[in-house]
Design a protein around this ligand. Structure first.
Ligand SMILES: Cc1cc2nc3c(=O)[nH]c(=O)nc-3n(C[C@H](O)[C@H](O)[C@H](O)COP(=O)(O)O)c2cc1C
Length: 176
């Protein structure tokens, strides 16, 4: 699928997924698209955990039982290393948010390009207890944050398309 077609087709699938398994090869291609995203000062602080089947998704679903997670046949959890990196001039920096966002965007498009639907699911993990529980379930070491989970699968139905503001309402030329 052409990149622009994938961009057009992408939407947040908040409804149910079909139970059809997602081949590991496809999940790895999606994860690879995430890792190919730009990262601040090339720090590469994003870590991905592929949850390749329902059994692997279930423990995270128990923490965040949203509609998508309850039926997703697979998912990818996106974590970041919270430690600060040293720039060549010695200053410390941290690009966790920018890096995981870029990675997640790539993966959402890659999923569509391969014929799947997905969703940027983060709000359940804002809760500190749920964040702690999810990190434990995923076996991540201290210092890692679970940022977003992407449930992935074939959609059960067309899914809801949300209206976007017009191009000219959000884009101008030369000045605001
Ligand atoms: C930073 C961010 C956080 C989001 N968190 C959630 C979430 O926790 N749960 C959810 O159902 N959708 C979440 N979404 C999806 C948005 O609701 C969705 O992108 C928005 O409504 C526009 O719809 P569209 O993606 O179908 O174009 C999130 C999207 C982004 C970019």
């Amino acid at each position: 699928m052409d990149l622009f077609e994938a961009i057009e087709k992408r939407y947040s699938h908040k409804e149910k997924f079909l139970p059809d398994a997602v081949p590991l090869f496809d999940l790895e291609r999606i994860a690879g698209a995430g890792l190919a995203a730009p990262t601040g000062m090339n720090s590469q602080c994003v870590r991905l955990i592929i949850l390749p089947d329902r059994e692997a998704v279930q423990p995270l679903c128990d923490v965040a039982p949203t509609d998508g997670m309850l039926t997703a046949p697979a998912a990818i959890a996106v974590l970041t290393d919270s430690s600060k990196q040293k720039a060549p001039k010695g200053e410390l920096y941290n690009f966790e948010i920018e890096d995981y966002s870029a990675a997640a965007g790539n993966m959402l498009l890659a999923a569509v390009a391969l014929g799947y639907a997905s969703l940027w699911l983060d709000s359940p993990f804002f809760d500190s207890e749920k964040q702690k529980a999810a990190i434990e379930v995923l076996g991540a070491p201290e210092g890692y944050n679970l940022r977003v989970v992407l449930p992935i699968g074939k959609p059960d139905g067309a899914g809801t398309r949300r209206e976007k503001m017009g191009f000219s309402e959000r884009v101008s030329y030369g000045k605001f």
